[in-house]
Each structure stands twice: as structure tokens, then as C-alpha cells.
Design a protein around this ligand. Sequence first.
Ligand code: TXA
Ligand code: MG
Length: 310
Amino acid sequence: MRLLLEEAAETLLQGGVVAVPTETVYGLAASLASSKAIEEVFALKKRPGNNPLIIHIGRKEQLRELVESFPPGFELLAEAFWPGPLTLVLPVRESAVPERARAGLPTAAFRMPAHPIALELLKKTGPLLMPSANLSGRPSATAPEHVEQDFGTAFPVLDGGVCLQGVESTILIYQEGWKIGRLGALPAAVFTPLLGEEPPFARKAACPGRLHRHYSPKALLIAGDEIPEDAEALVGFEERRYPKTLPFFSLGSLKDPEAVARNLYRTLRTLDSQKVAKAWVDLDLPEEGLWATLKERLSRAVSGCRDAEV
Ligand code: TXA
Ligand code: MG
């Protein structure tokens, strides 16, 4: 069910849950003030309780009552990248952010999205909790119909069209300096001019979401040099030639990582809507810039990947 902005704001203020567009992926929004809505978000997504929710803001002043202290460099990062696909983990005032939403951590993740509809909504509602609007472990939703695939056509969605970036925000965590908690739409190198170095990775446990299986369609995805005999489809790049003739699901061109990012989750979801049971994925991607994010997402979508610990 598609909602107008006013209806979405009203639903959220009354403790309902609504899917909201952002420039990265759709989010499943809940008011910080509604413990019922927060429970519903965990239940709808089937999200483990130890994986906290991101808080989205529409104006920087909305942080004042939620955040306990700002690590060095916060202002520079927020000034340079907000609104935009950067999430910053900050120490919170524990009384202002429900413990359940932050999975008991003394910190929370914050982001100001760059989607005009999301910003307008956030200015009306105040800060919203908003994890990605997909079933836990599944590919994120980059269009309203993806939200409906996971939660049904009756689910309330604020329609903002197709997401411009197509992959989630980059997460930075301050641990004796800013560290990458999750690769995302902003490549690590964009932070070098501000931070004086490309931020290193945080310990994996620093970002609870990295411990869970993620981004996988129902189709079994296989990577590697050999295309298995029983593969029903190939997922790869338009300029490559592959040694088997099977239905081909193109991620786009190796010359255009931004377009591949926009195609990624749609392509993985199409495998499921076409009832593909097993597909081979070309994981031979470049390493630099946004490709690092795309390789991480695809590797984690592939079954048996190193990161799928839970
Ligand atoms: O682009 C995005 O970030 C999208 C859109 C909707 O804004 N949201 C998103 O949310 O990707 P979600 O919940 O799918 O991913 C949030 C990640 C999770 O991996 C979670 O573990 C991590 O943020 N996170 C949340 N709070 C944290 C905290 N206090 N410390 C470290 N990581 C945290
Ligand atoms: Mg997610």
C-alpha cells in the first residue's frame, strides 16, 4: 500500500511502521518513542536482537538530545558528507535512545539521508529508527516492489522511486581514530583528505551486522573458477564472455561500478522471482573504490562465504 508523505508521518507518530526511501536502500522506519513499533521492526525483519538499528535524522540539531559526546573529527565528517550515505557511530545519552534499539550498546549509529522525501519526513517526525527494509539476511530493497516482496503488497510504503545509490551507507566508528565498520556507498578513499589516511577496518565485532549472514537471495549462489554442472543461471558482467550458455543476469558493465551498485540487489532478487535454484556468480571484480564494497556484498551473498558466521 503506497502512502503519501502526510500519511506516513501520521502513521509513524502513532506508533506504526512504514517503509521509507533513502538514496542508498529503503528503510523500515519506527519512532524512537514507540517501543511497540521498535518490537515490530525486529519481528518483521526477523532481525536478531543483538543487531542494533540505525537512527536517521533530518537536521543536525536533532542529535543534540540523543548524543552524549562527539568524537574528534565528527563536525568535519558531518559537514562534508551529510546529508549522504555516511553513518557515524556515536556515544548516546542512554536515557534518550531505547536500549532495545541499540541492542544494549552505549553507542548508536546515526545518518542523515540525502533523499528529499526522507528528509522532509524526518523534519516532520523527528529522528527515526530505520534499518534496511528487507528480511534479515536477504538482499536489501532498492525499490518499493522489493519491500512488497518481503512484507506483502498491503505493507505501507512511502514511494520514493528507485534508490540512486543502491548499496547501504558506509559506517565509520571511532576507536582511537575513525575506522570502517562497514564498507558502503562511499569508498574508503574519500575520507583520506579529511582524516589524513584511508580509515582502516574496525574489528569485525565492532559492527554487529557484519557477524550475520547477509544479502543472500533464496537461490544458492556459487562462485569460483568452475561453473557447476547444475547451475541454472550466470550472474556477471556484460563485457565478459563465459564458458557456458545459460540464462544470463547482468550486473552491468565493469566500466560503471555506480550502475552495478544500483543493479546489485535487483539482480539478486530477480533470480528468486525467476525461480532460479542455483546460480554461478562472477566474483572476479576490480578491488578499488566502490568495487571493494560490491565485492564484499557479493561475497557475502554467495553461500558458504567466510563472513556468514550466524
Ligand atoms: O544505508 C543504510 O545505512 C540503510 C538505510 C536505510 O539508511 N540502513 C541500513 O541499516 O543499512 P541496517 O540496519 O541494515 O544496517 C545497519 C548496520 C548494521 O550492520 C548494524 O550492526 C550497524 O549498522 N550498527 C547499528 N548500530 C551500531 C552501533 N552502535 N555500533 C556499530 N554498528 C552499529
Ligand atoms: Mg540491512
